[in-house]
Design a protein around this ligand. Structure first.
Ligand SMILES: [Zn+2]
Ligand SMILES: [Zn+2]
Length: 764
């Protein structure tokens, strides 16, 4: 444990005042000199540590303390001159103290731990394209990057024109739909995003990855441009004038290209050159992705490189999880072609369609791509005037990453599930800063359906026609094949908080006793997920009687989170205690779903609950779900502290919790500020949440499983191996606001520390 967190000199003063009463005079002076000087060392060490975020972050010094420090320093020096026998030993003590303090200071250790995680997430990248030479002897860095440069310009040009069709053949369906959804969303707002004076540096390969399904090349694209949202209706001259006013800004992105192993580099025979990468025939003008001559899908990755992801450089990570994804082996046993890249591209595609449907209030956009309960929900939301305009707008939406975290092959006649964790952000008012969020997308398909190869998933698997989303029908508009039920491919079933999703463990209903961790190879993922994955951690020590899940009655002033349209359908009324009622989970479920009986469809909601805040405290459904052994949190639902966006998302959720009762106390504010510094997250990210309080709840709807959320927070606090006093206060505060018993916190700290130690043991 660290020295109690004496960080600000004011608190030092307070501690000191108490000590002075008891201690003899000289030691008291010693303590004073030491503590204050140490704090000065700290103040000097803090700013300018390589933060990822620009702006925000730092801010404010330790007001007033500086003078005292200077005076004491002068005093100390004088002492050295006048009474060297006292002065020099004292100076020595101070220096030793400073060094010790510097190394155990919780701010520094937390920051350092976070930084270490960040660097280790990026360690061991191999940027050498020649490692693909065994499969493709013709590939060269020179040829590849000059092709990428052309692709970047072509994509930017299409974006600038507000029409992505000219670039469609270069893009996976996930990326293409992301662009078109953004354009549609902007159009609904009456604007178009444009760029001017765009220049790019020569692209550089930063990492090459390969597995049995795809070769992946990540390329750094750095450039400079002005960009601005201009009115769609404005004439070109006005648009240019508005653009001219925008700031000329630098950006660095990672563009990830995928290709099927075995595809060959053929000079001049590429999509960007207007050729079919398979047969070399010249392609007609237009956005048809099927070559009219050889019928190859040119953006499937089967024959040539296709752009499958664009990520902010600060958020980019190599695919750390690799193939070590729970359930992946089981899924491959029944569907050998199932692969991570394709499902992630599909998830990104579905996510953007979901966003588009909500923001443009056009449920048809998701009708063929989501289960009935999900599309029904979006339709009801649109009919009720939800998200899509006015105060409920969603703007500047950005996806940081999409990672497959779990797969569950279904029982016969059931549904396969795939869980994809998505990091994204959106602003919910025109001038507001974007609020980061992490969600898990639950994708489902009928058991027995297998993966058809290729990244070109936006088409009917029955007849090959493109999925036209203009009609509000769950069936293919050409051949009438059923699509929304998951008979062809994965469809979207749920967008949930990571802590609210449970794996079903198909065929094995959730066991009453904790299961031993499956023998999986060690993981190298960021954060805490390093040792074999315990799918079920030992039961967490939680207070309270079984059945109540350890949940205390809501704390005074605790306001249950009002339901957010689309995000958080209100919790269903608490089921009668003895009955084993399936939860009426909405598409965005606050309740961990219960495994459906074998052979059954997932439960459909009986009724969509009305859009009013639930009157009952949130212990009804949670209590039910946590009956018996409380479910442990799967490692992927723990916050990944190596990811800046995730740290920001976690801080935002804490801010929402702090603001939920309508009052943000000075203490809460101070602790959150401290947290933001330690995690290198600009405080400005959460400032509006703290200011606007409950209104900001709409931005972060997905209700958490409170206990699991707290577990994640404990893990975050343990990033440097210990929970110091401030972190403890923060945890206590969050637990209180979540309505959890106070003794949950020490129990979780013990359990998570043990878990961490076990992981460290398994690693070393
Ligand atoms: Zn062809
Ligand atoms: Zn069809």
């Amino acid at each position: 444990m660290a020295i109690p967190g004496i960080v600000r000199w004011r608190q030092v003063g307070a501690t000191l005042a108490r000590r002075m009463l008891a201690w003899p005079r000289l030691p008291a002076t010693l303590v004073l000199a030491a503590l204050v000087t140490l704090d000065a060392t700290l103040a000097a060490a803090r700013p300018g540590g390589g933060q990822d975020f620009s702006g925000g972050g730092g801010g404010g010094g330790d007001d007033g303390g500086v003078w005292l420090v200077i005076n004491l320093a002068i005093y100390l020096l004088e002492l050295c001159v006048d009474y060297p026998a006292v002065g020099f030993p004292l100076l020595g003590l101070v220096i030793i103290g400073a060094v010790v303090w510097y190394h155990v200071n919780p701010n520094r250790t937390t920051k350092a731990a976070v930084r270490d995680l960040e660097t280790s997430a990026l360690r061991g990248l191999n940027p050498d394209l020649r490692q693909l030479a065994d499969r493709d002897p013709q590939i060269t860095e020179e040829g590849f990057t000059s092709e990428v440069a052309k692709i970047v310009l072509a994509v930017q040009q299409a974006w600038n024109g507000g029409d992505m069709r000219p670039a469609r053949r270069l893009l996976s369906d996930g990326v293409y739909n992301r662009f078109t959804a953004l354009i549609a969303i902007n159009r609904a707002r009456g604007v178009r995003n444009m760029m001017a004076e765009s220049t790019i540096e020569r692209p550089r390969v930063v990492a090459v990855e390969r597995d049995a399904f795809f070769d992946t090349v990540h390329v750094r694209v750095a450039g400079r441009a002005r960009d601005a949202d201009v009115p769609v209706a404005a004439d070109p001259a006005t648009q240019q004038k508005l653009l001219g006013k925008a700031k000329l800004a630098n950006y660095v992105e990672i563009w990830s290209f995928l290709r099927r192993p075995g595809a060959q580099t053929k000079a001049g025979q590429t999509v960007i050159e207007g050729r079919c990468p398979n047969c070399g025939a010249e392609q007609p003008v237009g956005d048809v992705v099927e070559c009219p001559f050889c019928h190859a899908l040119v953006n499937s990755g089967e024959y040539g490189w296709v752009l499958a992801e664009i990520t902010q450089a600060s958020e980019w990570r190599p695919s750390s999880a690799g193939d070590r994804i729970p359930g992946l082996e089981e899924m491959r046993a029944v569907d050998p072609q199932f692969n991570r890249q394709q499902i992630e591209d599909r998830a990104s595609f579905l996510f953007w369609k979901w966003v588009e449907a909500r923001v443009t209030r056009n449920p048809a956009a998701i009708r063929k791509l989501s289960t009935e309960r999900m599309s029904g929900f979006v339709a009801r939301e649109a009919a009720a005037g939800g998200i899509g305009g006015g105060q409920q707008t969603m703007e500047r939406i950005a996806v940081g990453s999409a990672d497959l975290v779990g797969v569950e092959p279904g029982d016969e006649g059931g549904m396969d599930r795939a869980l994809v964790r998505l990091r994204w952000s959106a602003a919910y008012a025109p001038k507001a800063p974007p609020v980061p969020a992490t969600n898990v997308l639950v994708l489902v398909r009928k058991t027995g359906v297998t993966t058809k190869f290729g990244l070109s998933g936006d088409r009917c698997k029955n007849c090959g026609a493109p999925v036209v989303t203009a009609t509000d029908s769950p069936k293919c508009d050409y051949c009438g094949a059923e699509m929304a039920s998951g008979q062809q491919d994965f469809v979207l079933d749920e967008v949930a908080a990571p802590t609210a999703v449970l794996l079903h463990q198909p065929g094995k209903r959730r066991p009453a006793a904790p299961r031993p961790a499956p023998a999986a190879p060690a993981m190298t993922g960021g954060g805490f997920v390093i040792a074999p994955l315990p799918m079920m951690m030992p039961p967490m020590p939680v207070g309270g009687a079984p059945g109540a899940g350890g949940l205390a009655p809501p704390a005074p002033g605790f306001a249950p989170q009002p339901a957010t349209a689309g995000f958080a359908p209100p919790a269903p009324p608490a089921p009668p205690p003895p009955a084993a009622t399936p939860p009426a989970a909405g598409p965005v479920s606050p309740t961990p779903p219960v495994a459906p009986p074998p052979g059954a469809q997932p439960p459909t909601p009986q009724t969509q609950a009305p859009a009013a805040p639930p009157a009952s405290p949130p212990d009804g459904p949670e209590g039910e779900a946590d009956k018996g052994a409380p479910d442990a949190i799967p490692p992927w639902a723990l916050p990944d502290m190596s990811n800046p966006q995730e740290r920001a998302a976690l801080l935002s959720r804490m801010a929402v919790i702090a603001a939920a009762d309508g009052v943000v106390t000075a203490e809460e504010r101070r602790l959150l500020k401290k947290c933001s510094k330690r995690w290198s997250v600009p405080f400005s990210t959460i400032e509006p949440i703290l200011r606007t309080g409950v209104a900001a709840l709409q931005t972060l709807g997905p209700p958490e499983n409170p206990q699991r959320f707290l577990m994640g927070l404990v893990a975050a606090a343990l990033v440097d191996g210990k929970v110091d006093r401030r972190e403890r206060r923060l945890l206590d505060g969050v637990a209180h606001n979540l309505g959890l018993e106070p003794d949950v916190v020490p129990g979780l700290i013990t359990a998570m520390t043990e878990w961490r130690n076990r992981q460290a043991g398994a690693r070393g």
